[in-house]
Design a protein around this ligand. Sequence first.
Ligand code: ZN
Length: 476
Amino acid sequence: MLKAQRKRTDYTRWFRDVTLMAEVYDYRVLVKGCGVWPGYGFKLRNNVLNIIKSLLDATGHEECLFPLLIPQSLLAKEGEHIRSFEKEVFWVTKGGETELEEKLALRPTSETVIMPMFKLWIQSHTDLPKKVYQVVSVFRYETKATHPMIRVREVTMFKEAHTAHATYEDAERQVKEAIEIYRKFFDELSIPYVISKRPVWDKFAGAVYTISFDTLMPEGRTLQIGTVHNLGQNFSKPFEVEFLKPDGSRDYVYTTSYGVSERVIAALISIHGDDHGLLLPPKVAPIQVVIVPIPYKGKEREVYEASRKLYETLKEVGVRVKLDDRDDVTPGEKFYFWELKGVPVRVEIGPKDLEGGTVTLSRRDTLERTRHPVEELEVKVKELFKEIERSLSERSWREFREHLIYVNTLEEAKELVAKQEGIIHVAWCGSDDCGLKLESEVQGRVLGTPLDEKVEGKCVVCGENASYYVRLAKTY
Ligand SMILES: [Zn+2]
């Protein structure tokens, strides 16, 4: 069973075991770098996606669907973009036995297939802003060792949004809106994060700048879980996406794009899970409550009947509830099974409960058990949902903040990054030279600079006046 793999001491194994055994993600590879979502995992995936979709829908984004195949000539239109993606694109070169006249790329991201449509759809300033998104697979030819959900060849849950605007200022406003949307999204999932402006050498290929959300995984490496790009007119010019301004002149639109992927689910599992298995926030748990009857001699029928009633009660009020009435599995085995699956609340009904008109509730996060009158079931379950979510959020942010570390010297930064102690902050003058030197000295990555935290100090590399903190960490 799971017992052997501990999250803190053998995180990679723990992640593989838990996702496989809880039937969230199956990485016994059919094709290298491509995972499978079994039913339980797919429900979790949909519940997570529904949160981001409703946030996007509520802010005027329209869900669309663009083609998977991108002709080489389109992918190559923005020079910087193609140079960055060239080496990691999968190409389709044949149709049946016929060599294609033009190679087709499996989309690595969709800017270059959305721009030509924007050109057709946008004529006038009254067509702006235009905000679309899609949830699709994207493909990257990863050559480094693959990691389930984190470093994959088929990213199956890529939610990419693309917007077009009449002015640079409006695109800037959109970047802020996207950051707020992602903030709310990660807050709903109790996933802690820092928001950084990526250094110029690490921005998205073709972007003016990139803002990213990074979280911290149990082994002390950061994981990029969301990015927001201001693309300026870098794509609209080569793709000739023009519009008519109110004064009769013409200009190219300003665009942005922003994305999240199944890395969000990898973070959700890794941050909240424990040595018993998954621990899912009630908001997204495919099963929020499991009812386990504790039958005893002569009273089997009564216990099952009472369990069935509890099931109906909860189902009626919209709780995602499961009655585990298998009679060939002991209650103890059922407890382990549903704990592994991360079901937030367990309801037990046994002899004492039957006599006293009570139910026993057990919460997955603390494994604490309490007994309540059966009439209070619905109220108590809903209270527990809130309480579990509050406590998950509090715990994950507390642990995260303990690993945001500020140091004054390059030596200290080097040591802490090597030990994977978390996200290390040092003062930086902002020059590329010093930034790249930092990156190679600490053998980690420059995540970028905080959006709102200024510093008065000296750059730890060159000693000049520093106006920024810069964040350093080991990454995936
Ligand atoms: Zn410097």
